[in-house]
Design a binder for this molecule. Sequence first.
Ligand SMILES: Cc1ncc(COP(=O)(O)O)c(C=O)c1O
Length: 392
Amino acid sequence: MAYNFDLLNERRNTRSYKWDQRVKLFGGSDVLPLWVADMDFLSPPAVLEVLKQRAELGIYGYAVRSDSYLDAIVNWFGLRHDWSIKSSWITDSPGIVTSLSLAVELFSEPGGQVVIQSPVYYPFYDVIEGNGRVVAKNSLLIRNGRFEMDYDHLESLFQGGAKLLLLCSPHNPGGRVWERDELAKLGALCLQYQVTVISDEIHCDLTFPGHTHIPFASVSPELADITVTCLAATKTFNLPGLHTSFMVTSNTKLKRAIDQRLKTLSLHMAQHFAQDAVETAYNEGAVWLDEMMAYVKGNLDYALAYFSEHLPEVKPLVPEGTYLLWIDCRGLGLDIAGLKDLMFRQAKVAFSEGSVFGTEGEGWLRINLACPRSIVEQAIRQFCDAARKSLQ
Ligand SMILES: Cc1ncc(COP(=O)(O)O)c(C=O)c1O
């Protein structure tokens, strides 16, 4: 390995959302944080270097968006995802959640239904409800130890008038990397009922061996025409604090609406630091990414083996992608408050409590595995020890 992911990087007192809110959120500075989805790893060295070079310029005036930035995005998706996009299809946005919210505002009616496949990343609910729309839940089914889509129920929602779907692909928190035939079946229903799809593919680069991310818009030209894909380098290369993402659509009508709204909000200007980081990460970060995912796979294997040996009452869904592990803790017989007490007070760990992802998540927890192995080992040991005691 060229990169050392075992390194314990000090994140305390660095304005870290994950580490510096432990007293406020979990009641103790000794709680190990494996919750919000950023990594405890340094970004690729080339990214650090380019940001230093930018900082040293000392003048941070207004920026233009360079062709080389857009080329880096186009090349990455061509090479890594076999998806041929054009730079004219790309629109920058400060973040994926901003993009989702804009899309809800632009492509659904006030009071209209917007479909999500729950349990799902919690801001999906916020952007729908905050824009005065109604959440139409298409709950995922658990079959053969993994989430699957309920197409019959989905069709009933479309028949009931829902015209917008927020797709999470790969899926957070379930770790599914949707397969081509699943996406095609979903897409056929969307085409049949004239549903617009906003596909959040922020986890697209984070897949485990044997699983390939298929961009929804790449499945067919017909699907490309009803889809806006929300993408970012931030999850892939641990840059979320830089607040940068982009939307891709080949549909000029959808793109025009997005561009206009972003301009009205004055969110359209280019940034220096984010642009440098994203361009460099895509151009020079591939090896780092492959090694990082191999390391996370080691964390995953460790966690799965440990639970199976020491706490078989807890049943993990084995993820196909993302660095998140969704575990079924209903066998512990605890309610939401009980699970929080077990984590924060007894085990001194902070995983994400599952009900924030939807009612389907009650009794589940989500563990962020993008941290040094020693932290994973300690956190899971502390959790299992505390859970065993609570079962006695
Ligand atoms: C599915 C999904 N979408 C969006 C985001 C956040 O994106 P952003 O920080 O660009 O708003 C996350 C972060 O965890 C996520 O898991």
